[in-house]
Design a protein around this ligand. Sequence first.
Ligand SMILES: Nc1ncnc2c1ncn2[C@@H]1O[C@H](COP(=O)(O)OP(=O)(O)OP(=O)(O)O)[C@@H](O)[C@H]1O
Ligand SMILES: [Mg+2]
Length: 249
Amino acid sequence: MTDRQPVIAARGLEIRFGGVVAAAGISLDLFEEDHLAIIGPNGAGKTTFLNICTGYLRPQAGTVTFRGRNLIGASPREITRLGIARAFQIPQLFAEQTVRENMLLAAAARSGRLGSLNRLAAIPERGEVDALLRLIECDDVADRVASELPEGKRKLIDVALALALKPEVILMDEPTSGVASSEKFAVMDTLVGALKEQAVTSVFVEHDMEMVTRYATRVAVWNAGTIQKEGPPEAILSDPVVIRTVVGS
Ligand SMILES: Nc1ncnc2c1ncn2[C@@H]1O[C@H](COP(=O)(O)OP(=O)(O)OP(=O)(O)O)[C@@H](O)[C@H]1O
Ligand SMILES: [Mg+2]
């Protein structure tokens, strides 16, 4: 066994909202090039965990470190700059800008330059952005306005926006929610292929067990603010307790 250091390490996270326990002692290690699926019933605290890791929520107890550096108290923007990107359930795109303009704005934001739309053509990341659009199989829609995109492409662009920030880790909340079931595998094939190509470690919240089986390298089962089980997909998804509480729900 190699003595691998985790990229992200959470220890003893606790958070309550009134009487609701959203995290009750969450501890988890994420290792390089893991593709960790988080599964569990509605309200289990899956999104809360992503919110804590990305600085949107501050836990009442516990720590999260990224390559040994404490993230608690850091703002979402600081955490993004450190190398943890977030893709949202509802893609965060400027609806009236084209796909390429959205990507150029993200790339300009990464380098700390304020994106000025009438000068986007001149920014140096243009080649890089076009390469990323090819990687995520969205070069065909580069000049389309974001609001006109089909949902599958919109999800891919949301991930491409995150990748434009050159993250080490990407956290995704139900990346294919809202995508027609006939398109889900194609979207995830493209998405996970791009993450592997860029050696980006990922965490994704997922309700569809077929997606988990096909794409996860590890699975963590959330239940009432705790991690009920964690391990390789085959073992977790065939566990009778997991089947009863999650898979069959
Ligand atoms: N900012 C908040 N203020 C108050 N309550 C919250 C807040 N965020 C989450 N909660 C509550 O904490 C619990 C866990 O919520 P969370 O969104 O993390 O669940 P989830 O596992 O992502 O569920 P779902 O599968 O439905 O997305 C829920 O009862 C939710 O209502
Ligand atoms: Mg959620």
